[in-house]
Design a protein around this ligand. Sequence first.
Ligand code: 5GP
Ligand code: ZN
Length: 115
Amino acid sequence: MADCIFCKIAQGEIPSTKVYEDDQVLAFRDLDPQAQEHVLIIPKKHLESVLALKAEDRDLAAHILIEVVPEIARSLNIDASGFRLVTNTGADGGQTVGHLHFHLLGGRSLTWPPG
Ligand code: 5GP
Ligand code: ZN
């Protein structure tokens, strides 16, 4: 999608520090990390948020949760210590980039609830 910063990152038009990639998914380090480990996991295909996921995206959503998240957590060595997986959605959810992304945060003890 034109003018989408994460589409541009997925297409390599904007550089990012990649931590995982396959044909459907890219994960890269957040520009403004909120924890020692702060990775954004995105589908390469443009989807506005979790609300845009359709039945045809079932395999993609499952792939992210079942394969991608655990693989990245293991590769960052935060699978045993724990981590947080968050997807901010819409204005009240604090979403600032309109391309579905999952924040994976770890490497420190996180508090709950968030602000
Ligand atoms: P949101 O606020 O939508 O949940 O999260 C957007 C995240 O994208 C923020 O944590 C922000 O720091 C990150 N971000 C915004 N622009 C860029 C960018 O160009 N590169 C990277 N690596 N992260 C970005
Ligand atoms: Zn996009």
